[in-house]
Write a new protein. Sequence first.
Length: 383
Amino acid sequence: MPPTDMSDAAPTADDLPERPVPAVALRTYRFLRLSVVGVIVMLLLSLLLESQRTDWCLKGSISAYYYSPARTVFVGSLCAIGLVLVALWGKTAIEDTLFNLAGLLAPVVAFIPAKNDLLCVTDPPAQHPLSDQQAAEASAAARAATNAAITNNMRTYLAVVGLFLLVLAIAGLLSRRRARRSGREQAGSLVAASPLTYWLPLGLASVLWLLGTWQFYVRDRTPGGASWFYEHVHFTSAVVMFVLITLGILWVGITRHCGRTRRGPDGRGPFHRVRLRILNACLGDPALSPTASRPWARTYVGQAGAMLLVAGLLFLAKACDAGPSWYLDHAVFWIELWMIAHVAAFWALQTKERWHEGAPPRTEAERTAEVARHEALTGGVGP
């Protein structure tokens, strides 16, 4: 028999008030997200203008524009993108970790340039051509100046990041200690409210920082290691950064596919149960997860798949020396352009999707409100 009092009926999503988001915080969140798209557009426009200036000549890679008038925009854009990737919270610990690590690598890609391919050089010829020895000396001087800039930039960056990670670790430990003493989560404590989301990105970022510091200060001070950091870290960091961003996009798609559904053990064996536990732990609290959306899931997963597939095919074509000269001579440029364009597209799509949401709930008060909404909608049980 249906209830005669409408108040007894289970509420729907439309009956529940929206999670209040402070107006100033929401505006800040929106403009931070929009700034990433704007910065990428600025970078691409700078490359276009530089290409026009050199009679539509392209360098071998976007990174090679470090040695062009576009250098300032290139370095500034990567630093700005890295800052936003670190600053913005993800909806899950995995999403947050992947984008945080990519954000930490972005300035490294900017500070340590690729090799100068000497393409698109428009300097007027010297009245008195240099001898081979003079040319070699000039090249060595230019390389020394670049290495000096790398040394200055990386020492500064490693010091600031190390100090920042140390402060976060101390703050987290103190917050955890206060929570234990009080016997409850503190309302404003991110550590107590979501320890995995706090410690996982911080721990992996610390490992990444330690590896970079060891490579820069220890390995490159040993015989035979002095040139590795300067010669190879740019390429390694760029590849890892793009892989992390692509995996982050893929994970966002997975979370939109799963939504708030969590599968329990179904008697298919211990390995399957362990796999489900790991997946459920990575997806996080169902009440704090985004609702399932197959269209958004297909969009994100498809985009991540396209990024990996096309980049892999382009790299394979270059490795096999198969393709037209306009591609083979600038293969890295086209691969980087493909990835950067998709990063901009993803960020624009996710900004549209999360336009009214703001940062995900993380403190006790935010989590309590969101859990209450979830329980009111589901009757206190999972979907």
